[in-house]
Design a protein around this ligand. Structure first.
Ligand code: NAD
Length: 428
């Protein structure tokens, strides 16, 4: 499953164009919403541990802030591109709107591979990123967060740099901070749990029970791990996960027909979500090719690794028993695959609804920082459940009422809200 030649921004625009037609948006609103409002591209020079200076390329894209400050993660990835960041920023706008939180969409990135960087070098990249953008981001304009290969530690370095530049404390500048340093309890669990809150509701609406429907997952990182944990707690079973193998530069799937043991698997997983193949075999897992996760005869498929994985080609491998595709990852499904999913009557829970738990909890983190009062984990997760469940119900109600594909229903709600905010402000 390659992402070569795939342009996520073209896909985000194609998805938007379809909805703009359905909503009959005027030309100026289309023009405003199909492109980001602001983009920053810059160089970050870093003195490496060997004494040489290396220059890294950084990005920040602010897609739309009509509903509130931009919000979105920062990815460290060797294949990061401006178009990936544009697409992700666009999807953030729709994500915040569909769960109805008062934020807009942004995304950032740095072309780098943390596997090959010391912590000191990563710290310098974080601080350099903030120095380049210190006047263009902030608690009232654009609030970053962690994403692929960035963590709470990276966020704290960025916060520290921002506060040193501005000479005051701004805990609301960035989210995903360590607990005890302005972070919210429950943030680590939020995205994965959020996906399962929507899966639970979808099963309920279909009169199905988690205990009768196994799950297969692409990815074994933050999103996948907590989704699997909560599905377990609801009585469901996950029988297959896949991950990237850094040493072989390929992916593998790990299967256990009677259900994976998440805690045992975590003991042999590195911090990037890579599972040790030999140790997995030792504890009874079948090690299969990377694509095997999508070929499993399960009730729920969850792509939770990266974009462009459920395609015109791979959707043909999806078995007849699959009831739900819950998109933990951003942009995992192409429009061609969407057409097949819709035709086959598989229930799709689109990415910007399914994985909105992360940004919802980040919003809770901002709220707690502003109050300087922090909630117990249970309170955070209860509020998260309420927000995710009501967003899911609003989308599925519209889908049922107008006989729409779930992604289209989610888009109609999200784009409609953002377009309205732009009109209310007099922008269009
Ligand atoms: P992560 O870095 O913690 O984990 C990624 C996982 O995917 C790892 O297990 C990795 O081995 C695996 N992977 C990478 N390439 C693969 C491939 N080709 N085949 C199979 N597995 C592969 O990342 P994460 O935070 O879990 O994020 C996963 C996805 O969810 C991304 O698309 C991200 O943008 C999206 N997302 C994350 C959050 C969040 O809060 N973490 C929120 C919203 C969306």
């Amino acid at each position: 499953m390659s992402t070569e030649g795939f342009n996520p921004f073209r896909m985000a625009q194609a998805q938007f164009d379809k909805i703009a037609d359905q909503l009959d948006l005027d030309e100026s609103t289309r023009e405003l919403l199909r492109n980001p409002m602001r983009e920053y591209q810059f160089s970050i020079p870093v003195r490496m541990d060997d004494g040489m200076v290396k220059v890294f390329r950084g990005f920040r894209v602010q897609h739309n802030d009509s509903r509130g400050p931009c919000k979105g993660g920062i990815r460290f990835h060797p294949q990061e591109t401006i178009d990936t960041v544009r697409a992700l920023a666009t999807w953030m706008t729709w994500k915040c709107a569909v769960v109805d939180i008062p934020l807009g969409g942004g995304k950032g990135g740095v072309i780098c591979d943390p596997h090959n960087l010391s912590m000191r070098e990563q710290e310098q990249i974080c601080r350099g990123w903030v120095r380049q953008l210190a006047k263009n981001v902030g608690p009232l304009s654009d609030v970053p967060a962690p994403d692929v290969m960035t963590s709470a530690q990276h966020m704290l370095w960025m916060l520290d740099e921002f506060e040193q530049i501005h000479g005051a404390k701004y805990p609301g500048f960035i989210t995903g901070k360590p607990v005890g340093m302005g972070g919210s309890l429950g943030r680590t669990e939020a995205t994965g749990y959020g996906v399962i809150f929507t899966v639970r509701e979808a099963l309920k609406q279909m009169n199905l029970k988690p205990e009768n429907h196994t799950m297969s997952v692409q990815g074994f990182g933050n999103v996948a791990q907590y989704a699997i944990k909560l599905y377990d707690q609801l009585g469901g079973k996950t029988i297959c996960v896949s991950c990237w193998d850094q040493n072989d530069s390929t992916s593998y799937s790990f299967k256990k027909a009677d259900g994976i043991d998440i805690d045992a698997l975590l003991k042999i997983t590195d911090r990037f979500g890579g599972i040790d193949k030999d140790k997995a075999r030792d504890i009874g897992y079948e090690v299969l090719p990377g694509d095997a996760w999508i070929e499993q005869d399960v009730g729920v498929l969850m792509p939770a690794a990266l974009e462009n994985q459920v395609t015109a080609e791979t959707i043909q491998k999806v078995q007849g028993g699959v009831k739900i595709i819950a998109e933990g990852a951003n942009g995992p499904t192409t429009p061609e695959a969407d057409a097949v999913i819709s035709e086959r009557g598989i229930f799709n829970i689109p990415d910007f609804l399914a994985n909105a738990g992360g940004v919802t909890c980040s919003y809770f983190e901002q709220v707690q920082c502003n109050m300087n009062y922090f909630w117990e984990k249970e309170e955070v997760l209860d509020r998260l459940d309420t927000k995710m469940t009501s967003a899911f119900i609003a989308v599925s109600d519209l889908a049922k009422k107008q006989n729409l594909y779930m992604r289209d229903a989610a888009y109609i709600i999200a784009v409609g809200r953002v377009a309205q905010a732009c009109r209310d402000r007099g922008w269009v």
